[in-house]
Design a binder for this molecule. Structure first.
Ligand code: HEC
Ligand code: HEC
Length: 289
């Protein structure tokens, strides 16, 4: 009897060590489609995938619906510019009849935990989660009484090509700026009545280098003091400096991927370039409100 037990124990150990060997094999190479994907275009798709800048087919039969219910389809509405959903800057972005609840997910964490293929599958197939039919009626959405369908992530397998989804995967994994390197933030309270407070804009960045970057990339349109295009964002008195200090969560994306629908195109730069620019824009004398 004792020997049978030893034999079973021996077999079990052998099997465990075999499976250990398997898991220590090098991971499969990245899919070619991921390697070739364009993460800058992915950032634009994340903002508004059907914008002309992304190359989206403007004859797509859903365009009217997308424009009419934009916030139900834009990744950024449900996941936020900082990718942190309701756990970050959008902890106070309450739903209304024209926009859904912000998702309770942190896509930055998701993107770093998942392989490119798994992230692709999560976006395209939903991995068992309910996805909203593209044709779902959103005209009756009401956060208080009728929010279930509207809050669901759309079934993107029906509207994005694989290449577009790979571009988004590339954006999430490699091009999305890590906002914790650009500013400090405290998030308090509970969605949708939370508060986001920003401080230390530009952190340990170099303001001199940031001013040089601003002069080269922004001043031609916004002027040396950031006031040349007035009332940015449709807000009276909004300047580039004020925007950087009050909406650093949003500006980082607009700088790197462009302000879609305007002449402001994507600006190439490293996280250090953008951090330096933030440091410069934190100066209220040089870039006043
Ligand atoms: C209407 C809101 C909404 C929109 C628009 C939306 N999502 Fe989501 N998303 C959600 C919700 C809610 C979840 C969590 C539940 C789930 O997985 O379905 C989610 C989950 C995810 C996940 C899985 C995250 C995890 O940790 O499980 C990824 C990745 C994702 N979304 C990416 C995107 C991308 C990319 C877009 C734009 C192409 C997008 N989402 C648009 C609501 C939305
Ligand atoms: C080619 C001209 C051009 C350049 C270069 C440019 N912008 Fe803009 N920017 C615009 C226009 C046009 C708008 C949109 C104005 C509007 O929609 O009312 C805009 C919008 C903005 C906004 C407001 C965004 C919003 O959500 O409404 C900010 C902030 C901003 N730009 C900062 C910058 C910074 C910082 C740079 C340099 C990295 C820069 N811009 C480069 C033309 C430019």
């Amino acid at each position: 009897m004792k020997y049978y037990f030893l034999l079973i124990a021996f077999l079990a150990i052998t099997l465990i060590s075999c499976s250990d060997d398997n898991t220590t094999n090098p991971p499969a190479a990245d899919p070619v489609a991921y390697t070739n994907a364009d993460g800058i275009k992915g950032g634009m798709l994340f903002d508004k995938f059907w914008a002309t800048e992304t190359g989206f087919d403007q004859t797509n039969a859903n365009i009217t619906k997308l424009n009419a219910s934009a916030d139900f389809f834009r990744c950024k509405q449900c996941h936020a510019w900082d990718l942190m959903g309701r756990n970050g800057s959008y902890n106070n972005r309450a739903p209304k009849t024209t926009r859904p609840n912000v998702a309770d997910r942190n896509l930055r964490t998701t993107a770093s935990n998942l392989t490119p293929q798994a992230l692709f599958d999560a976006i395209k197939k939903g991995l068992g989660k309910s996805r909203r039919d593209i044709s779902a009626d959103l005209s009756t959405y009401d956060p208080a009484t009728n929010s279930t369908i509207g809050d669901q992530m759309p079934d993107f397998s029906k509207i994005l090509t694989d290449a577009q989804i790979w571009d988004i995967v590339k954006f999430l994994k490699t091009e999305a700026l890590d906002v914790t390197k650009l500013y400090d933030a405290t998030y308090s309270g509970t969605y949708p009545t939370g508060t986001a407070t920003y401080s230390n804009i530009g952190k340990d960045g170099d303001a001199t280098a940031g001013n040089t970057f601003y002069t080269a990339k922004c001043a031609i349109c916004h002027g040396a003091d950031g006031k040349q295009i007035p009332n940015l964002d449709g807000t009276t008195g909004m300047t580039v400096g004020k925007f950087a200090r009050t909406k650093p969560n949003e500006l980082q994306h607009k700088m790197k991927f462009g302000q879609l629908g305007s002449s402001m195109k994507a600006t190439a730069g490293t996280i250090t370039d953008f951090k330096n620019l933030y440091k410069a824009l934190a100066d209220t004398t040089k870039y006043p409100n």
